[in-house]
Write a protein that binds this ligand. Structure first.
Ligand SMILES: [Zn+2]
Ligand SMILES: [Zn+2]
Length: 258
């Protein structure tokens, strides 16, 4: 089945432009150098599964016409991936039943703490988001609207994050290492979106060189880099990459097969 993977945000945690910065990327007029916080949507037959609701989620949903959400998969608990959860409220009011959210135990605990008024049993907040938080740990799978989503454990410095595989594609953000057991789960993946923060080394994100090596290890025929900082000038870095790897940009639509 044909589906689209929409890159809702291709930026790192601070976004690009970065507040207070006047570097050549932050002041670039190339629209591909404007990067909202990292997020993606898998869209097929009118279904929308969102991966992460960061602080830009509302803007992203408006920009890319997301008027309903079937489920949200979380990668990890960092602010740039979760802080827009509350913007699911209007979408949840029109949804049949509660919108299911999936997160590993540490991420779920942080969501429950930050959004206590949404999740606590005795919340008096009547207009809270109508969402249900489900645990998804390790190598668990979840079937959403008939499609299997496989969680892929990744390492983000000392933290485990969840990548996701669906059909012939995988979305692997916030990582600098892939355990061997997860590489097995990625066997046969043809299209991959992967973290590539910048050219310089970083302790918890793959840099460009490392991301190229991971793409080769996975054996994907096509790859797109995401979670990019203001050290990446799109036109300059994109031109240096091997032909099967390109930089993603906000609004990019990648055809995938579910
Ligand atoms: Zn991040
Ligand atoms: Zn992170």
């Amino acid at each position: 089945m044909q589906a689209s993977l929409i890159i809702l945000g291709s930026g790192t945690s601070m976004g690009v432009p970065t507040l207070g910065c006047e570097c050549r990327v932050c002041t670039s007029t190339d629209p591909r150098d404007k990067r909202l916080r990292p997020s993606a949507a898998v869209v097929w037959n009118g279904h929308h599964v969102i991966i992460d609701t960061g602080p830009d989620f509302r803007t992203q949903a408006l920009n890319y016409g997301i008027g309903d959400v079937d489920a949200v998969l979380y990668t990890h608990s960092h602010a740039d991936h979760i802080l827009g959860m509350d913007d699911l409220r209007p979408l949840s009011f029109k949804h049949t039943g509660k919108i299911p959210l999936y997160a590993d135990d540490p991420t779920a605990r942080i969501l429950e703490t930050i959004f206590d008024y949404t999740f606590s049993e005795d919340s008096q907040y009547k207009l809270r988001a109508r969402v249900r938080l489900n645990r998804l740990n390790g190598e668990a799978c979840v079937n959403l609207c008939g499609v299997e989503f496989q969680r892929i454990p990744l390492l983000h410095g000392p933290l485990e994050t969840g990548g996701y595989r669906f059909g012939n594609a995988a979305y692997l953000t916030d990582m600098n290492a892939i355990p061997d057991s997860s590489l097995s789960l990625l066997r046969g993946v043809e299209v991959v979106v992967i973290d590539a923060l910048r050219e310089r080394h970083h302790p918890s994100h793959a840099n460009i060189e490392e991301a190229i090596a991971w793409v080769d290890k996975i054996g994907a025929r096509q790859a797109w880099f995401t979670h990019m900082s203001h050290e990446i000038l799109h036109a300059e870095i994109d031109a240096k990459l091997p032909p099967h790897i390109r930089l993603a940009y906000d609004g990019l639509i990648i055809p995938v097969e579910l």
